[in-house]
Design a protein around this ligand. Structure first.
Ligand code: ATP
Ligand code: MG
Length: 506
C-alpha cells in the first residue's frame, strides 16, 4: 500500500442498497406495528363483540372463487397469429349502443354493455318513428318473458300497462303483482263487457286541440259503428251490403235514444230491438236487411257468447290502475268464431278505454297475436288504431311466433295480406327470438337480415333476441331478476296452478 493511499482520509460511502434494505425493513416493521395496534384496539372495542364478526381472511383478502386473491396465479394465454392476420383483426370492435337512457332490458352480447330501451325517449330522439313493436320467436324461447319484464319495469317507472287479450291467462299474476285489475271474460265467468261503451273521454283530440262535445259524440258514434260492423263481418264472414250498413246505422241511433230514455248506456240488445222493429219497414230492402242483421246479432246474445257482451259492463276498467288485463283463458276450446268475437270486443273495449292522452304513457300488449291477425275485422281495427298510437302516448307490443303468422290474414297479394304487412312495416322495433329452419327463410327475406344475423337466429339461446331498430341490430340477453323469473314462469306446473287458482276464484 503506498503512503499516499494510507494517509488518505476515510470517506464515508453511502451504501444505497443497505439503506434501501433498512428502509424496507423499517416500513414492514412499522406496518406490522400499525396492524398490531389496530388489532389490539379492535379486540378491546365493545362493538366487535356484537353481532358483526370480525373478518377472518388474512392479508391476501377474502378468498372467493375468481377473486384474484390468495395463492392463485393469473396466467394469460397468448393467441398465436400471423402478422398478416394481426394486421387485419379488430378484436376490440363493439356494436353501436342506444345509450343508458331507458329501462334496463339486459346485456348487449355484442359488447355494447347494458341494453336500455324506452320507446318514448327513442321517439323523442328521432331513432324510431312508429310506436309499435313485434316480437317473433318459436315456442318457449322467452317472448312473453321479455314483454313481461319490459312491462313490469315500465310500470315501476310510472307508465301503465294494458293487456288487450290474454289467451293463456299468464298475465293475471303479473298484473295482480303490479296492483292492477284483471277482467276475466268467458262463458259462465259472470263478467260482462259492453262493446258499445263510450270509452274514456280525452280532454284533447288527436290533433292536440280541446275536444268539443260534438267531437266526442262523433268519436263515440264512429267507434260504436266500427265495432258493430266488425262483429257482423266476423259473424257473417263477408262484407256488409250498403243496405245492411244503413240499417245498422239507423238501429244504433234508435238504440242510443232508447238507452237514454232508460237512463243507461246503449247495449247490443237495444240495437237488436231496433232492427226487429225495422223488419216491418215499408221499404223492402230495409226490411230484409234489418231482418238479416237482427238474426246475425242475435248470435251475440245466445249460445257460447251469451252473457258476455249482451248487457252493461259489470267490470270496472280502472283507468288509473297501473295495469289492466282481459283474461280470456276461459275461452280455450270455444269455437273460432266465438274467439274472434271476444278478441274484437275486448280489443275494441280496451282501445276505447286507453285512447286518451290524459292517461299518461301506456304499453298495450297483444299476447299470442296470431289470433288477432287471422281475423280480418280485428286486423283492420288494429291497423287503424296503431296509426293513432303516437297521438295517445301508446306503445303497442304484438307477440307472434313467426312472420308467416302474418300470412294468416289472407292470400298472397290480397288486401288483408297487405294490411298485415303494413303492421310489420309500422313496427319500428322488431325483436326476433330463435326461429326454426322452416321460418328462417321468410324471416330473412322480409326483414332483410344479413347472413350473419340469419345464421345467428338458428342458435339463439333462451331469453336472447335480435333487436332491430333505428337501422341497427343488437343481440340482447334479457336479464330477469329472481322475483321476475318466478312471476313469469310458464311451466306446466305453474300454469296448472294458475288455472286452479282461477277456478277457485270463479
Ligand atoms: N330471459 C330469460 N332468462 C331465463 N329464463 C327465461 C328467460 N326467458 C324465458 N325463460 C324461461 O323460459 C320459459 C318460457 O318462457 P316464455 O313463456 O316467455 O316463452 P314464450 O316464447 O312466450 O313461449 P310461448 O310461445 O309458449 O308463448 C319461462 O318459463 C322461463 O322459465
Ligand atoms: Mg308466450
Amino acid at each position: 500500500m503506498s503512503p499516499t493511499t494510507k494517509n488518505r482520509p476515510k470517506i464515508e460511502v453511502f451504501d444505497f442498497y443497505q439503506a434501501n434494505r433498512e428502509g424496507k425493513r423499517a416500513s414492514i416493521t412499522s406496518t406490522r406495528q400499525v396492524i398490531k395496534a389496530l388489532k389490539a384496539a379492535q379486540d378491546q372495542s365493545p362493538e366487535t363483540t356484537g353481532d358483526f364478526p370480525r373478518p377472518t381472511w388474512g392479508r391476501g383478502g377474502q378468498r372467493r372463487p375468481r377473486s384474484l386473491h390468495g395463492i392463485g396465479i393469473l396466467r394469460t394465454r397468448g393467441v398465436p397469429t400471423t402478422a398478416h392476420t394481426g394486421a387485419t383483426a379488430y378484436p376490440y370492435v363493439a356494436g353501436t349502443s342506444l345509450g343508458a337512457d331507458g329501462l334496463y332490458i339486459g346485456r348487449d352480447l355484442n359488447g355494447g354493455g347494458a341494453f336500455c330501451f324506452d320507446p318514448w325517449q327513442l321517439y323523442e330522439r328521432g331513432i324510431i318513428s312508429g310506436m309499435s313493436m313485434i316480437l317473433f320467436g318459436q315456442v318457449g324461447v322467452g317472448k312473453s318473458s321479455l314483454a313481461k319484464s319490459f312491462a313490469v319495469r315500465l310500470v315501476q317507472a310510472g307508465r301503465k300497462l294494458s293487456v288487450a287479450s290474454d289467451k293463456k291467462g299468464e298475465w293475471t299474476r303479473v298484473v295482480h303483482a303490479l296492483g292492477g285489475s284483471v277482467i276475466q271474460v268467458g262463458p259462465g265467468m259472470g263478467t260482462r263487457i259492453n262493446p258499445l261503451d263510450p270509452g274514456t273521454r280525452p280532454s284533447l283530440n288527436a290533433q292536440g286541440e280541446p275536444l268539443s262535445d260534438e267531437g266526442w259524440a262523433m268519436t263515440v258514434r264512429t267507434r260504436r259503428m266500427a265495432i258493430l260492423v266488425t262483429l257482423v263481418r266476423i259473424l257473417t264472414n263477408r262484407e256488409l251490403s250498403p243496405a245492411e250498413h244503413h240499417v245498422l246505422s239507423m238501429a244504433l241511433d234508435t238504440g242510443v235514444q232508447a238507452a237514454q230514455t232508460r237512463g243507461g248506456i246503449v247495449i247490443i240488445p237495444d240495437v237488436i230491438d231496433a232492427l226487429e222493429a225495422a223488419k216491418d219497414h215499408p221499404d223492402r230492402l230495409v226490411a230484409e236487411a234489418s231482418s238479416v242483421m237482427a238474426m246475425t246479432l242475435h248470435r251475440m246474445t245466445t249460445g257460447d257468447l251469451a252473457g258476455m257482451f249482451d248487457g252493461e259492463t259489470t267490470a270496472h276498467f280502472a283507468a288509473d290502475a297501473p295495469a289492466t288485463s282481459i283474461d280470456t283463458s276461459a275461452l280455450q276450446g270455444a269455437s273460432p268464431e266465438a274467439v274472434r268475437v271476444v278478441n274484437a270486443c275486448s280489443g275494441a273495449w280496451t282501445e276505447a278505454m286507453v285512447t286518451t292522452s290524459d292517461g299518461g304513457q301506456r304499453i298495450v300488449v297483444y299476447e299470442e297475436g296470431w289470433d288477432n291477425i287471422s281475423s280480418e275485422a280485428d286486423l283492420r281495427r288494429m291497423v287503424e288504431s296503431w296509426k293513432l298510437a303516437r297521438a295517445y302516448g301508446i306503445f303497442n307490443v304484438l307477440i307472434l311466433h313467426k312472420i308467416a303468422d302474418l300470412d294468416m290474414a289472407g292470400d298472397r297479394g290480397s288486401k288483408m295480406a297487405a294490411m298485415a304487412k303494413s303492421l310489420l312495416a309500422d313496427a319500428d322495433v322488431k325483436v326476433i327470438y330463435r326461429q326454426d329452419r322452416s321460418a328462417l327463410r321468410v324471416t330473412t327475406d322480409e326483414l332483410e337480415l344479413s347472413d350473419r344475423e340469419r345464421s345467428l337466429l338458428k342458435y339463439l339461446d333462451e331469453g336472447v333476441g335480435l333487436w332491430r331498430l333505428g337501422g341497427s341490430s343488437f343481440q340482447v340477453k334479457n336479464d330477469l331478476t329472481r322475483v321476475e323469473l318466478g312471476l313469469f314462469n310458464t311451466d306446466e306446473r305453474l300454469v296448472t296452478a294458475t288455472a286452479t287458482e282461477r277456478q277457485a276464484r270463479a
